[in-house]
Design a protein around this ligand. Structure first.
Ligand code: ADP
Ligand code: MG
Length: 238
């Protein structure tokens, strides 16, 4: 297996709108890939198709060579796909540590849970804040907690929808280093991003989605040098 994830001619329509149009896409096992494209390009919808929150009208999704096109979301999680969405899904009235307990308790041997959470807290730079209410964290820290809740499941593939949205430049950079470390440990990552400095920091390969289709693919240097890509952001290509 070289491709951990593959979509074949994936289609999704909402009413008359073709939100995902014949998307052929493949992720190499172990790569760190960024998905970019203007608002409304279909990036979040593509994630929801991979996660099983939407079912496609046609086409196929393969994960580790298994057809998961019709699999339920929990089956995909069990097979090793995890996600961090743009809007944090943390419990604000619980402590940082309790949030991680809730996320991990059904996935980790209870005898190892405390140790596992200590390790995660350290990785997330949140050890000092573990007793704080999650609602009192800074915006960036909330995003890290959410990343922790997603990686606590030890996924093979982690999807991140705009992981640095609203972060300060320092938080953004720290997030990039975190993701690079996860990738170095063997996790495959696919991130939707708008911040091109961040894409440059982390991505080994970039795919541009436009009007639900793969518009361009390549290294960050190839993508930023492509005049066709610049034009879609100016609304000059459709
Ligand atoms: P992106 O994440 O790239 O900004 P989205 O995948 O959120 O794009 O949306 C792509 C298009 O699909 C948009 O035009 C959006 O309005 C439409 N869309 C997304 N989800 C739905 C839905 N559940 N029902 C109807 N239209 C939707
Ligand atoms: Mg989106």
């Amino acid at each position: 297996m070289t491709h951990i994830l593959e979509t074949r001619q994936l289609n999704k329509r909402f009413g008359g709108l073709h939100v995902t149009g014949n998307v052929d896409f493949a992720l190499d096992a172990g790569e760190m890939h960024c998905l970019i494209g203007p608002n409304g390009a279909g990036k979040s919808t593509f994630f929801r198709l991979i996660l099983g929150e939407h079912l496609p009208d046609s086409g196929q999704i393969l994960f580790q060579d298994q057809d998961i096109t019709r699999a339920k979301p929990f089956q995909r999680i069990r097979q090793g796909i995890s996600v961090k969405f743009q809007v944090p899904g943390i419990f604000k009235e619980l402590s940082v540590r309790q949030n991680l307990v809730i996320a991990l308790q059904h996935h980790v041997d209870p005898r190892l849970l405390a140790e596992e959470i200590d390790r995660l807290l350290e990785f997330l730079n949140l050890s000092h804040a573990q007793a704080q209410l999650a609602g009192n964290l800074s915006h960036g820290q909330k995003q890290w907690l959410e990343i922790g809740m997603a990686i606590g499941l030890k996924p093979r593939l982690l999807l991140l929808d705009e992981p640095t949205a609203g972060m300060t430049p320092d938080e953004t950079h720290a997030t990039g280093e975190m993701l690079k470390q996860l990738n170095a440990e063997g996790m495959t990552l696919l991130a939707v991003e708008h911040d091109m400095a961040f894409v440059r920091q982390i991505a080994q390969r970039v795919t541009v989605l436009h009007l639900g289709k793969v518009f361009a693919q390549g290294s960050i240097d190839q993508i930023t040098a492509d005049p066709r890509v610049a034009k879609i952001y100016l609304g000059e290509v459709d």
